[in-house]
Design a protein around this ligand. Structure first.
Ligand SMILES: Cc1cc2nc3c(=O)[nH]c(=O)nc-3n(C[C@H](O)[C@H](O)[C@H](O)COP(=O)(O)OP(=O)(O)OC[C@H]3O[C@@H](n4cnc5c(N)ncnc54)[C@H](O)[C@@H]3O)c2cc1C
Length: 443
């Protein structure tokens, strides 16, 4: 169903042939320039280009493929095919936007220009940054060499996600299955444990669970950031006999001896190295800001774009906005968050451009969501504000309980909404559904 949904979109995007060298002619400079056409960028670019008309919105995006990354957990867990997670970028790119198929290599906020990797400079009136976060395989010794072979994989990369399922389904002799989560900020902090629960479920079906150990090592000090859902995850892990090790950060992988080395990070004065034998190793790589942002003047000390957490507007340059995994706001980096942030930004920018007499002045409240897949048909549907730590649940039932309905929402409803509404700029998050399905909740 999703494959056909993705493939049905066959419109070809207009490439921006006139941008061939140097700075673009000021008359063709963009009213709004979006950097990145992933989850956040495509939804903003689609909405604004529809509302502003031809030639006003430019999109800089190097990739031929758009990935619906949240589905990769289900691909690694053997429940969906990889094909349904990708669509041609040319088919999704909004018709009235100008696609510059290139990467940004630097930004000059004073002169309102970005430079592409081919040296061209592009100017803008408003800039929306959405280039995501990058995987840093080299930050873990031996990982790059180990990946894709002898049981080592990651669902975080399109290159290795199918390997995860291959290694799970061929784990026929059982052994030590080890799952890791790093200490750095990452996208979807729930995915590193979701894949452990899916593997555990399959190992039980395959009859190898009794002769295997399943362990989860996390570089942070909690199983999940929000207490309500953390309590549920402890119950799930204990019930399933999954050995959870907090404050253990993966620092090295040795594919020859099949050993993973963790540094204990709970007490900085007393850290030690712990070596663990593995037969299957699922690694969540460390992550870092994309290079052009890291070296720019618009980021905080950690390299994330320094924006106001409510308006998502840069603290020094008010015509620059940043959404999704690249920004500094203190909430979990997810597609759910990127989408709601995009809603705030696209609405407020359009109001400014149209000089609205009645601007919405939307503010982002830290909403994010992590569907914690706990098995082949159950999910703990975490939805909360990273700003307040309070749940913001769309449905009337207690979403901290494992639920088959939540699984259906995660595995069927949301993927469909992603291709049909999010990429065309008409999905603004679940707030309106919440008014219908959980009207009494005041959060
Ligand atoms: C395994 C996995 C499971 C996940 N599960 C969930 C989940 O269940 N729920 C959820 O809400 N989220 C989930 N996520 C997270 C979610 O996919 C991301 O948070 C979301 O895609 C972030 O959107 P973004 O627009 O910031 O970045 P992305 O969607 O990553 O898009 C970034 C875009 O920028 C482009 N780009 C990069 N560098 C440049 C450059 N220099 N110049 C121009 N363009 C550039 C890239 O090509 C890309 O198209 C998951 C992610 C993974 C990997």
């Amino acid at each position: 169903m999703f494959k056909s949904a993705a493939n049905k979109i066959t419109r070809s995007a207009k490439s921006f042939a006139s941008v061939s060298s140097g700075i673009v002619n000021p008359s063709s400079a963009f009213k709004v320039l979006c950097v990145g056409a992933g989850t956040g960028g495509i939804s903003v670019a689609s909405y604004l280009s529809k509302n502003l008309g031809e030639g006003k919105v430019g999109v800089i995006e190097p990739s031929d493929v758009h990935y619906q990354q949240p589905l990769w957990t289900l691909v690694g867990g053997g429940l969906r095919s990889f094909e349904i997670t990708n669509a041609k970028m040319s088919g999704l790119m909004p018709k009235s936007a100008s696609w510059l198929k290139s990467s940004v290599s630097s930004i000059d906020p004073e002169n309102r220009t970005v430079t592409l990797d081919n040296g061209n400079k592009i100017s803008y009136e408003y800039l929306v940054l959405a280039p995501g976060i990058q995987l840093d395989f080299d930050a873990i010794e031996g990982l790059s060499e180990a990946l894709g072979k002898d049981g080592v994989s990651t669902i975080y990369s399109p290159k290795y996600v199918e390997k995860t399922w291959e290694f799970i389904r061929t784990f026929k002799k059982g052994g030590n299955a080890v799952f890791t989560m790093p200490s750095t900020p990452i996208k979807c902090p729930g995915a590193p444990q979701k894949i452990a629960y899916l593997a555990d479920d399959w190992f039980r079906d395959m009859g190898v669970r009794d002769t295997s150990s399943v362990s989860y090592y996390t570089g942070i000090g909690k199983i999940f950031g929000i207490d309500k859902y953390a309590d549920s995850m402890w119950k799930v892990a204990n019930k399933r006999n999954i050995d959870v090790n907090l404050s253990h950060d993966l620092v090295a992988v040795d594919p020859l001896t099949k050993q993973a080395t963790f540094k204990t990070v709970g007490d900085p004065k007393n850290s030690s190295l712990v070596k663990v034998k593995y037969d299957l190793l699922h690694v969540t790589p460390k992550m870092k800001p994309v290079d052009f942002l890291k070296k720019s003047s618009i980021v905080n000390a950690a390299g994330f774009v320094d924006v106001d957490k409510e308006t998502l507007q840069h603290k020094k340059y008010p015509n620059i906005f940043a959404i999704g995994d690249c920004n500094s706001v203190p909430t979990s980096k997810t597609a759910a968050a990127a989408c709601v942030q995009g809603y705030v930004v696209k609405t407020n920018i359009l109001d400014k451009i149209k000089n609205s007499q009645n601007p919405a002045n939307l503010k982002y409240d830290g909403y994010t969501s992590c569907p914690l897949i706990t098995g082949k048909n159950t999910v703990v549907l975490a939805e909360f504000s990273g700003y307040t730590g309070q749940p913001i649940e769309t449905f009337f039932y207690n979403q901290a309980n494992e639920s088959k309905f939540s699984y259906w929402v995660t595995s069927s409803a949301l993927p469909s909404v992603y291709w049909s509404m999010l990429t065309s700029g008409t999905w603004n998050g679940p707030a309106n559904f919440k008014k219908v399905f959980n009207p009494l909740d005041s959060n």
